[in-house]
Design a protein around this ligand. Structure first.
Ligand code: FAD
Length: 347
């Protein structure tokens, strides 16, 4: 919630017209739209009360054309699906994607362009904004008008209300944890937005070519994705070793939770850095966030303070994590976790 934080307001007059449409840049995988991109649609709904929302999908092959485009065309808030089919967009490289956004914008003249604030969006949107000669508004967590946005500042310690005063398009990255996805039917009879292919005949390669796709390394895990999980159990430096983190992994298995970590735990080599939660890690807002041996530094709180229920276990009664915790237990995690493991039923 935003009520825990102080706010400041910077206001001025905006030239962005209210009567236009919004483009959502979507990420897809295996024929499905990724959840953060659906959150971007929710954000676009607050901008565009007329629901003239277009979604841009790019990539190549069956997965793009059939599954992803069909699935998204059933979203009741999406009025048009733009599909850019080319091998150049298979990998999320900023150069070709930014050029694509520029091309689409020059043709369609959207008032807003929205993307989720993940590594994909944060990589692509600033470059696209530079090509279009506008300044993006990043990490938006609230939209009160088509040009008035709330975003965290000072590592999430204050919320700032800003008004966009630049030219078209107003480009936003949104925090997906702040825009909950509403359930929708994928039954094609319920709703079918038109799908149109982006004409790439005039698409010019970025001759700078600074980045190049090398390979993708990913870990297959049965556990839910940290960014979208309903429950997150996080360990801090208090866990003391990689070996002890296995205890937390068992707890996560029993709860059907994702495992998170503080930067101190990552830096100490207990877990890989894709588990880091915080200002320089992932932003999460699960229904339940359990923190074990986490002091509650502001940079960590910046990534989890919007969780619905926060539970903290720390042996130091003065640890700052207790200031944001809904339930706090002053105790030794090496006693608490085994007890929890014993008492929780097998999944
Ligand atoms: P500590 O602060 O060392 O806390 C360990 C806690 O464990 C203590 O409170 C202790 O009482 C408790 N404890 C120890 N043993 C036990 C036990 N047996 N039982 C119960 N409790 C126990 N940090 C992040 O997490 N994410 C970020 O994204 C991030 N970004 C940063 C960006 C910048 C620019 C900077 C400067 C810092 C950033 N940090 C980030 C680091 C942050 O400032 C803290 O150093 C870090 O969060 C501390 O991690 P910790 O709570 O695990 O460790």
């Amino acid at each position: 919630t935003t009520s825990r934080l102080p706010t400041c307001r910077f206001l001025s007059v905006s030239p962005v017209s209210r009567f236009a449409s919004t483009l959502v840049i979507a990420e897809h995988e295996g024929g499905s739209i990724k959840a953060p991109s659906l959150s971007a649609v929710e954000a676009a709904k607050s901008l565009d009360k007329d629901n003239s929302i277009s979604m841009l999908l790019a990539g190549s092959g069956h997965s793009l054309q059939e599954a992803a485009a069909n699935a998204v065309s059933c979203h009741p808030s999406v009025s048009k699906v733009l599909v850019a089919d080319s091998d150049r967009f298979i990998h999320p490289l900023a150069e070709p994607w930014a050029k694509l956004i520029q091309l689409v914008q020059q043709r369609e003249n959207f008032s807003h362009i929205v993307v989720a604030s993940g590594s994909f969006g944060k990589n692509i949107l600033p470059r696209a904004a530079a090509l279009l000669d506008v300044s993006p508004v990043t990490d938006v967590i609230g939209i009160s008008e088509s040009t008035t946005f709330v975003r965290p500042i000072y590592a999430g310690n204050a919320l700032c209300t800003v008004r966009y005063t630049g030219a078209h398009p107003c480009m936003l990255t949104i925090r997906s944890t702040s825009f909950q996805v509403q359930p929708y039917s994928t039954d094609s009879k319920a709703h079918k937005a038109p799908i149109s292919q982006v004409d790439l005949s005039t698409f010019e390669e970025d001759t700078i070519g600074k980045s190049q796709y090398v390979k993708l390394t990913s870990q297959d895990s049965e556990r839910p994705d940290l960014g979208n999980s309903r429950i997150v159990v996080t360990g801090g430096r208090g866990l003391k070793s990689a070996e002890n983190f296995k205890m937390l992994e068992k707890l996560a298995e029993k709860l059907g939770a994702a495992v998170g970590a503080t930067r101190a735990a990552v830096d100490a080599g207990f877990v890989p850095n894709d588990l880091q939660v915080g200002q320089t890690g992932k932003i999460v807002a699960p229904e339940l966030y359990m923190a074990f041996g986490v002091s509650g530094a502001i940079q960590h709180l910046a990534g989890m303070r919007d969780s619905k229920v926060i539970v903290a276990v720390n042996r130091d009664a003065d640890a700052p994590i207790f200031q944001v915790a809904d339930y706090g237990l002053v105790g030794d995690l090496f006693e608490v976790i085994p007890e929890l493991l014993e008492k929780l039923p097998e999944k």
